[in-house]
Design a protein around this ligand. Structure first.
Ligand code: SAH
Length: 372
């Protein structure tokens, strides 16, 4: 009896398929109704396949009229999951973002007032300090030296550290832009959250940065067969760097970690058969604590060494007082360490500066005062 019934059912379905050639939606609906028809207690077909649901799901991707109920059900099933603190954080971010223009306006106004004040003093015959930040004694001569920021540590940092690193990249570029011997600055293994952060903060302006080469390649892929020219800088190295060479490649770990990952760069380089070296800080100056510096400070030291050929001078110009330097009589702005600094107005200001200054690269002789 049961066998005959099943046989008749199969013949029925086949005839329907051959004669009516139904669309997939209609077919599933037909099966759904059919299932309801045969859904009697004890019948093993009942509940075996949920045809009406299959029809709905399919219909959701084919017809518009049937789409809405599916979406409605999903919304009911999955209410938006966001904790109170996440919502609060999002709101704060939105407020900060909304205030961007206003803050820039206030900074512009302050600058204007300062300028007017300066003009007033000059007119009154008062002595005012020179506005020139850097007076060069020669022409800019680019260096062929390559400096790499190794960005292979994206996953090891939290959001704040990524923001800080992003800011340090801007500082590196600013230092390179105003250097007497600008180098070729590479960012290898570039991507992930750092790239997203840079894009978000600088809004594409970094694409105009000269001598800056971000790449998804690792340094080994980017500089094939040049391993023997590489020196990975690390405060944990047993070797000390004494001089920089034009044809060498100096690698800086793009990492902000409050030294959570001690030795990580030294070990990475050694496992790849790359030389490592520390800056000769201890040989020239007294520092009260660990000699681990931020990415931008290391970059600035390299840049200034190329200018002065003197480590002591380079260290004194770059390392902030907060690091416990024995003697430092540098300009005020240098005193503030940029370490672990979160997003702040100060950062926006620096980024403003980077944006306006990098849009067009001016000829070297216009950017600097040549005193011959
Ligand atoms: N824990 C990390 C520290 C990151 S500091 C590490 O294992 O290196 C950021 C980078 O700056 C370092 O990876 C290193 O390349 C460079 N650096 C910092 N201080 C240095 C020093 N005293 N000598 C040489 N390189 C240094």
């Amino acid at each position: 009896m049961c066998g005959r019934f099943t046989f008749e059912v199969c013949v029925g379905i086949l005839s329907f398929l051959v004669l009516a050639k139904p669309s997939s939606t209609v077919f599933f609906e037909f099966l759904g109704s059919f299932r309801a028809f045969v859904s009697i207690p004890g019948n093993e077909m009942s509940g075996s396949v949920n045809f009406p649901n299959a029809a709905n799901a399919l219909a959701g991707s084919t017809t518009n009229s049937d789409k809405e109920p599916v979406l409605e059900r999903r919304e009911e099933a999955e209410p938006p999951k966001m904790s109170k603190s996440a919502l609060k954080k999002l709101r704060r971010q939105q407020e900060w973002e909304a205030g961007r223009e206003k803050r820039a306006g206030i900074r512009r106004e302050k600058k204007k007032q300062k300028k007017e004040e300066r003009k007033r003093k000059i007119d009154a015959g008062e002595k005012v300090p020179s506005q020139k930040k850097k007076i060069r004694e020669g022409k800019i001569t680019p260096s062929e030296m390559r400096v790499v920021l190794d960005c292979g540590f994206d996953e090891l940092m939290n959001e704040k550290e990524i923001a800080s690193l992003c800011q340090q990249f801007t500082r590196c570029h600013s230092a390179n832009r105003t250097a007497l011997h600008p180098v070729e600055l590479y960012a290898t293994d570039f991507g992930g959250r750092l790239e997203a952060r840079q894009e978000y903060v600088l809004r594409g302006q970094q694409k105009n940065w000269k001598r800056y080469h971000p790449t998804t390649n690792s340094y080994l892929e980017e500089f094939v067969n040049e391993k023997e020219k590489m020196v990975y800088l690390s405060a944990d190295s047993d070797e000390t760097l004494h001089e920089l060479k034009e044809d060498e490649i100096y690698i800086i770990g793009a990492l902000v970690d409050k030294n959570r990952y001690k030795n990580i760069c030294d070990e990475k380089a050694k496992s790849q058969g790359i030389r490592t070296a520390k800056l000769p800080i201890g040989e020239y100056i007294r520092m009260s604590d660990r000699k681990v510096l931020t990415v931008n400070h290391v970059f600035e030291i390299l840049s200034l060494w190329l200018e002065h050929r003197d480590w002591e001078k380079a260290f004194l110009e770059v390392i902030p007082k907060r690091k416990g330097l024995a003697s430092l009589d540098e300009e005020e702005s240098r005193e503030q360490s940029l370490e672990q600094e979160s997003v702040s107005e100060k950062a926006e200001e620096a980024e403003d500066e980077a944006k306006t200054a990098d849009g067009v690269e001016m000829p070297a002789e216009k950017r600097i005062k040549i005193t011959e």
